[in-house]
Design a protein around this ligand. Structure first.
Ligand code: FSO
Ligand code: SF4
Length: 543
């Protein structure tokens, strides 16, 4: 059997990538990722069946979330890194199994391979399609994708030193449940909702980690032009990596710019003290092929989204760290204290020209929950006076597909008495449109990265309280969300858990939803796809 992957929005024909990923993932990498997930499920099987206290599993917890993160779309394309990670997980698994002596374990907890060839052969029999019933497959995969997103956020929090053992325990419980042949579709629907519940916990943990370490995001104008110094571009989502890079570039004459999802770092007070933190360069992840060429300096990926570089000159300037990886690019590992040495990147930057200017001016952001709640009186007043008729949550991801032009048109055509609440890289479809403001409140309020969608939920719950409503769905808030990869899946499941109904999801519904599972989401939660911009605006405004 070849590869099969349908975990992201760009999956081939909306059904599945079966020869090579649209993302650029090879069959070999896809299979190694499948086996890494399978091995992580095996560890989960041992932990769950042996009732092991996850508080005693530091290294396993760390490596489990790392393994899950490595398989998220566009995070890691490096076959040798994946092979090494499988070996590491197998060693941890065997040690755990031998010390617990539990019987009745699943094959995932006991299978053996020694060579890469054996890994690839094993992977052929354990992938997504090995679950024959399409509804069970759909539900199992939706849970796994939610868990991958949860693991990504848990890993970022862990990098800041914040953990919650309940989240690890749930990750193991959920992964081992996807091996359990006795669970029915109803059981798995219930587990899907529970995944959303833990998604909220993971995002709350990360929010706490980020704000306790870097302060609460505040309204900030971010420069989108360039300076004349040589520079490093940081992409991905990890703020600790960014902090270490800023510390190490201080006083070197090398500037640091953010790309894509790293933009919201500018909103945190802790990063404002760095004079060389110069601004944001470019747009969402998928524009990196051209934007990296004109940037000229080295690029550091702390997480996804990596687009395989076409040009060798650019590839030689790309570095990866954390769960990300690309073959042929230097990967920076931390030392025992978590410190990463970025001197190679800084030295390379000094030999390269400054970035070409592709835009100028600034954009505004920093509307995370603490900042928005400070503005609550003004917002409530604007709603009561009728100056603001409706809020549109348009959080999520951007992507390559032409159909995503919908989101730019939608933002442009929205009535002027509406406000967009955004988070994630989806914002790049409309954050430079100059949509104006309503009595000083910008019409696009950016809360931050995709994980800061949590902030939008906190804001909605606060508004519900301020307006004295019983149900969050009574608020004048509509949800028109764009998704791409598995972090968006956990954000969606978290919103469903919080009781948000009638979410519109686009530009296409997930390929991993079987018709029956899609129907459950439609009937239970009012989930819908998108239509034309005009029809959708009419529909949303009439509710
Ligand atoms: Fe975007 Fe990529 Fe942040 Fe994702 S850069 S698409 S949902 O990784 O995580 O929003
Ligand atoms: Fe295809 Fe998306 Fe999987 Fe890549 S991650 S192989 S594009 S479904």
């Amino acid at each position: 059997m070849g590869m099969f992957c349908f975990q992201c929005q760009e999956t081939s024909k909306g059904i599945g990538c079966d020869v090579r990923g649209v993302c650029g993932k090879t069959e070999e990498v896809a299979k190694l990722q499948d086996l890494l997930i399978y091995t992580t499920k095996g560890i989960s099987d041992i932990i769950t069946k042996s009732k092991i206290d996850v508080g005693k599993l530091d290294e396993i917890n760390r490596q489990a979330v790392n393994s899950l993160f490595m398989t998220i779309t566009n995070a890691n394309f490096d076959d040798s890194a994946l092979e090494n990670q499988i070996r590491k997980m197998l060693a941890l698994r065997d040690e755990l199994r031998n010390s617990s002596e539990t019987s009745g374990l699943h094959d995932a907890a006991i299978y053996e391979v020694s060579s890469k060839e054996e890994m690839l052969a094993k992977a052929s029999s354990i992938g997504v399609l090995s679950t024959e019933n399409e509804d069970i497959r759909s539900l199992r995969e939706m849970i796994i994708y939610g868990i991958k997103g949860m693991a990504a956020y848990t890993k970022h929090a862990l990098n800041i030193g914040k953990e919650n053992n309940e989240i690890y325990a749930f990750i193991y419980e959920a992964l081992s449940s996807t091996l359990n042949e006795t669970l029915t579709a109803d059981d798995l629907v219930a587990l899907t909702l529970k995944t959303g519940e833990y998604g909220v916990k993971a995002m709350a943990l990360l929010d706490e980690a980020n704000t306790s370490r870097f302060g609460n995001p505040e309204i900030t104008q971010v420069n989108i032009g360039v300076r004349k110094n040589p520079a490093i571009l940081v992409s991905g989502h990890d703020l600790i990596d960014l902090e270490q890079l800023l510390e190490q570039t201080k006083g070197t004459g090398v500037d640091v710019y953010t790309h894509s999802e790293m933009l919201p770092a500018h909103y945190y007070p802790a990063f404002k003290k760095y004079d060389n933190f110069a601004g944001n360069y470019g747009n969402a992840w998928w524009k990196q092929l051209t934007e990296f060429e004109s940037f000229h300096g080295p690029i550091l990926f702390t997480t996804n989204c990596i687009v395989p570089p076409k040009n060798e000159e650019v590839r030689n300037r790309i570095f990866t760290t954390g769960s990300s990886g690309f073959p042929g690019c230097i990967h920076i590992e931390p030392d025992q204290n978590g410190k990463k040495d970025f001197s190679k990147i800084i030295e390379l930057a000094k030999t390269l020209p400054a970035p070409d200017e592709i835009e100028n001016g600034s954009i505004v952001g920093g509307f995370a929950h603490n900042q928005v709640i400070k503005l609550a009186d003004k917002i409530v007043e604007a709603v009561k006076s009728g100056a603001i008729k409706k809020f549109f949550v348009m959080a999520g991801c951007d992507g390559r597909m032409k159909s995503r032009e919908y989101y730019t048109d939608f933002a442009e055509k929205l009535p002027k008495d509406t406000v967009i609440l955004t988070a994630g890289c989806a914002k790049y479809r409309y954050n430079k449109l100059n949509l104006g403001d309503i009595g000083g409140i910008p019409r696009v309020l950016d809360a931050g990265q995709c994980n800061d969608s949590y902030s939008l939920a906190v804001i909605a719950l606060k508004l519900k309280e301020v307006f004295g409503l019983n149900d969050v769905n009574e608020l004048p808030i509509a949800f028109n969300i764009a998704w791409y990869e598995q972090k968006a899946v956990i954000v969606l499941l978290a919103l469903l858990y919080l009781g948000v109904k009638n979410i519109h999801l686009g530009p296409t519904l997930p390929g991993f939803l079987s018709p029956n599972v899609a129907n459950v989401l439609i009937e239970k939660f009012g989930i819908a796809g998108i239509g034309t911009v005009d029809d959708d605006i009419q529909l949303f405004m009439s509710k």
